[in-house]
Write a protein that binds this ligand. Structure first.
Ligand code: ARG
Length: 462
């Protein structure tokens, strides 16, 4: 078959070159957006009189049919046709003859592929955003029940201060909220139309780029054809957004993996989300969480991969850019797979309250609250820190807790201490004492929770 660009060629392409240069094996998934972009282009050509409006109608109808055929897997792909754009156009010409041969007027595959990618990424952003909301909802939905549970908070993975368990869940809601904001910001730059930049320089034909931009829901057409036909910043930004989502997912996964160990014993995952060992009969492994953690590497590598691809490329389009899709699609699919599973795991993780409570008084989680009690009684912070440090050392020697020291012991260390000190000692008291805005104390967590319930439209009862 002769190529769409074959006019000046005398020799046929070496089949190995066809194999080497094809992208249909991975860009077929752009079919739907390619059809949408071509329909907008055809409507515009009809509107400005470069084709008749009857021809525009014919093109749009045939494009619909071709799109459906591809979706049903009925349009055979051929390496010789290179990419999705040539497949769609060739099918169109087969159906409509000369009318089909007019579609590519005032357009190049360079602005076409950039347009397709922007439409694709815009949808991808919206999809990931919805999935992030589902994850936030899962955390918020389990929070009311977990207001009663106290967990140790850690720094350096050493016991630090106690927090209400739901404080952990709402911490992840905040992280995913920032991810959503980053996606929304990225979307603004995605939502600028490349269509009509043509090969690199625009065109001498009277096209209407504002019209195609608005037909496709873009905010406006890009202002510089050289820039937009070579621009892949938006793909890099999108992958950077995904990288941070992956970072948050892997932190959560790692935390829960630790919590599922015998050593921690804080959490039990439902059978449906764990797998067994082929040799050790007792095992229940958190493979889902491990793969969420593991797959994060794939997602994080996408942006550096793209940066390496665009580094040093002269303006404008270069065929190197064809490789961009592989990184983006893989990162997107991986994040979607993780996010789709996550709500069920979040809701299914059962806190082992008895086991948590059995060891909650270990690790001096109330030491900082005791120091703050001293500060409230006029002791300078550094002095209070030292005093409590010494009391902790005494306790470690004796093998007891701060709450088990006598008033005489405590007053011996610091005369400002009074009977009321026992109201801040012990983990339950320590967590109750946390009152600052955004803290892990009960009142603050309840306040956070009702804000999240409102934002996500969840009633406190449900
Ligand atoms: N398949 C190509 C890509 O993905 C489409 C653009 C081809 N443009 C060209 N001038 N050969 O980048």
């Amino acid at each position: 078959m002769s190529k769409a660009w074959g006019g000046r060629f005398e020799q046929a392409t070496d089949p190995r070159v066809e194999q080497f240069t094809e992208s249909i094996s991975f860009d077929a998934r752009l079919a739907e957006v390619d059809v949408r972009g071509s329909q907008a282009h055809a409507r515009m050509l009809g509107r400005v009189g470069l084709i008749t409006s009857a021809e525009a109608e014919q093109l749009c109808a045939a494009l619909d049919a071709i799109g459906q055929e591809i979706a049903r897997g009925e349009l055979p792909f051929q390496t010789s046709l290179e990419d999705i754009h040539m497949h769609v156009e060739t099918a169109l010409i087969q159906r409509l003859g000369d009318v089909g041969r007019r579609l590519h007027t005032g357009r190049s595959r360079n602005d076409q592929v950039a347009t397709d990618l922007k439409l694709y990424v815009r949808d991808a952003i919206d999809q990931v955003d919805r999935l992030l909301i589902d994850v936030q909802r899962a955390f918020v939905e389990r929070s009311p029940a977990d207001l009663e549970v106290i967990l140790p908070g850690y720094t350096h993975l050493q016991r630090a201060q106690p927090v209400v368990a739901a404080h952990y869940w709402l911490a992840y809601c905040e992280k995913f909220e920032r991810d959503r904001q980053r996606l929304a910001d990225c979307r603004k730059r995605v939502n600028i139309s490349p269509l009509g930049a043509a090969a690199l320089a625009g065109t001498s034909l009277p096209i209407d780029r504002h019209l195609t931009a608005s037909l496709l829901g873009f905010a406006e057409p890009a202002a510089n054809s050289l820039d937009v036909s070579s621009d892949r910043d938006f793909l890099i930004e999108y992958c950077q957004c995904l990288a941070l989502i992956a970072a948050h997912l892997s932190t959560w996964a790692e935390e829960w993996i630790l919590w599922c160990t015998t050593e921690f014993g804080f959490l039990k995952l439902p059978d449906a989300y764990t797998t067994g060992s082929s040799i050790m009969p007792q095992k229940r492994n958190p493979d889902v969480l491990e793969l969420v953690r593991g797959k994060s590497g794939r997602v994080m590598s996408a942006a550096p991969r793209l940066l390496t691809l665009v580094k040093g490329l002269p303006l404008a389009y270069n065929r190197d850019l064809q490789e961009d899709k592989l990184a983006v699609f893989d990162a997107h699919d991986t994040i979607v797979a993780c996010l789709e599973l996550m709500p069920a795991v979040v809701l299914g993780g059962g806190l082992q309250v008895e086991r948590i409570n059995a060891r909650l008084e270990e690790g001096f989680l109330d030491a900082t609250t005791l120091m703050e009690y001293l500060i409230k009684r006029g002791v300078p912070m550094r002095t209070g820190h030292e005093t409590v440090g010494k009391l902790v050392r005494d306790c470690e020697r004796r093998g007891c807790r701060l709450a088990e020291l006598s008033l005489a012991d405590l007053q011996g260390a610091c005369p400002q201490i009074e009977e009321g000190v026992f109201g801040v000692l012990g983990v339950a008291n320590a967590v109750r004492a946390l009152v600052s805005y955004g803290s892990g104390g009960r009142a603050s967590v309840e306040q956070q929770l009702s804000r999240w319930q409102q934002r996500l439209g969840i009633t406190s009862a449900g």
